[in-house]
Design a protein around this ligand. Structure first.
Ligand SMILES: Nc1ncnc2c1ncn2[C@@H]1O[C@H](COP(=O)(O)OP(=O)(O)OP(=O)(O)O)[C@@H](O)[C@H]1O
Ligand SMILES: [Mg+2]
Length: 199
């Protein structure tokens, strides 16, 4: 489903990634592990074209992503960045529902899905949906970021250290929850490769 073919990335004189090739198949969870600065975020951001490779190509479902519109490409992917990237002027609910609403999904379906996502990330909807990001802790923000990435049920979910702000017990619980969810979604229509850069 996702193929890296001989990918290299250089900044000026320094080569960050050298001839990376790998395949990710439908339904797989892939975790990139390595020391700080080794190129995990760079690898992840090349999949949604926030960073372009210096050499090589990336294919998704057989198509070279360089030939695709980056905005359309990103619409098909959930993306959780380390700093969560929530919109500060929107409530938790508005943040989670922003893309589903743009896609004009039925309101009832959106609301139901939002409740399920809050349950998945272990936050009480009544207590948190109407709050603004500034009213949440770092770990709660990250969990909303994860919920938002799942909101459109995308085929690919990119997560860059999504749990770094969580305490070890909550982190481990949420990781289990996501692995369970992934196992559930492994139906013909809902195969979701997830790429987590660090757990
Ligand atoms: N715009 C840039 N210009 C020059 N060098 C860069 C740029 N962006 C990243 N780098 C370098 O590329 C290397 C890989 O960075 P990257 O962010 O992918 O690392 P990482 O594995 O995600 O690290 P961390 O675990 O600290 O998040 C680093 O050495 C970094 O300094
Ligand atoms: Mg990184």
């Amino acid at each position: 489903m996702i193929e890296f073919r001989n990918i290299s990335k250089s900044y000026k004189n320094s080569e960050v990634l050298k001839h990376i090739s790998f395949d990710i198949h439908e339904g797989e969870i892939v975790v990139l592990i390595g020391p700080s600065g080794c190129g995990k975020t760079t690898t992840l951001k090349m999949i949604n074209r926030l960073i372009e490779p210096t050499e090589g190509e990336i294919l998704i479902n057989g198509k070279n992503i360089r030939e695709e519109d980056p905005i359309a490409l990103r619409r098909g992917m959930g993306y959780v960045i380390q700093q969560t990237g929530l919109f500060p002027h929107m409530t938790v609910r508005q943040n989670i529902e922003v893309i589903p609403r743009l896609e004009k999904r039925p309101h009832e379906d959106i609301a139901k899905n939002t409740l399920a996502l809050m349950k998945m990330v272990g936050l009480d909807p009544d207590a948190y949906l109407d709050r603004y990001p500034v009213q949440l802790s770092g770990g709660q923000l990250q969990r909303i970021g994860v919920a938002r990435a799942f909101a459109t049920n995308p085929d690919i979910i990119l997560m860059d250290e999504p749990f770094s702000a969580l305490d070890p017990i909550t982190r481990s619980g949420l990781q289990d929850e996501l692995v369970n969810l992934q196992a559930h979604l492994k139906k013909p229509l809902y195969l979701s490769p997830m790429i987590w850069t660090k757990l």
